[in-house]
Design a protein around this ligand. Structure first.
Ligand SMILES: [Zn+2]
Ligand SMILES: [Zn+2]
Ligand SMILES: [Zn+2]
Ligand SMILES: [Zn+2]
Length: 200
């Protein structure tokens, strides 16, 4: 089965281009079955609602553990801080997963996601620039969590700003990203296939 990452239609394996929107098809499910949000090829959790994408986990041993209860499997991650959480640790609010830190729930309601990056350096640069203009910035890195440390470049950094400042921040970010050369040279999106370490 193939899927259109834009309109989420399903196609036969032989198809290559979406008939409706001409977008090249992908051979993984590019959307969350719970919230219909877009998900990347290598996401293990939906970045929008936080649910664990169980259909992507082929081996029981690969189920992430709850960071609070390492013997229990995670059912999702906090959509703010990215922490893997089990059934006992999760708070589900409005269909989204949060950790037990109530400040994250509050932050989610007051702040909007400005940008996601896998580059800590880029996140720090953006934070410094926005704060320089007086916009408060909250940065949450998944690499602060044990699970993502072992997963290496799967970890992403979420940069959040107050909803009231989001348009202003988006303008600044656009200019900022346009004025800088691309970060590093490793902008290889898909040419490096995952090779797995074959440990065990
Ligand atoms: Zn399409
Ligand atoms: Zn979702
Ligand atoms: Zn959290
Ligand atoms: Zn737990």
């Amino acid at each position: 089965m193939k899927y259109c990452p834009k309109c989420h239609s399903e196609y036969q394996d032989s198809a290559t281009i979406c008939a409706d929107c001409q977008t090249p098809l992908v051979d993984y499910v590019p959307f969350c079955k719970k919230c219909d949000g877009d998900i990347g090829e290598r996401d293990i959790f939906c970045p929008h609602c936080g649910v664990l994408l169980t259909e992507r986990i082929t081996n029981d041993n690969d189920v992430p553990e709850c960071e609070d209860h390492p013997s229990q499997p995670a059912v999702g991650m906090c959509v703010v801080c990215g922490k893997p959480i089990c059934r006992d640790s999760v708070q589900q609010i409005g269909g989204k997963f949060f950790c037990r830190d109530d400040s994250h729930v509050k932050l989610y309601h007051d702040y909007a996601l400005l940008y996601r990056t896998s580059t800590e350096y880029e996140a720090a640069m953006i934070k410094a620039n926005l704060e320089g203009t007086g916009i408060p910035v909250s940065v949450f890195s998944q690499s602060d969590h044990v699970y993502f440390v072992t997963m290496g470049d799967l970890a992403v950094v979420n940069i959040m700003v107050p909803k009231t400042r989001i348009h202003e921040a988006e303008e600044l970010l656009k200019n900022l990203l346009a004025s800088k050369p691309p970060f590093g040279d490793e902008t290889t999106e898909s040419d490096d296939k995952e090779t797995g370490d074959g440990q065990g």
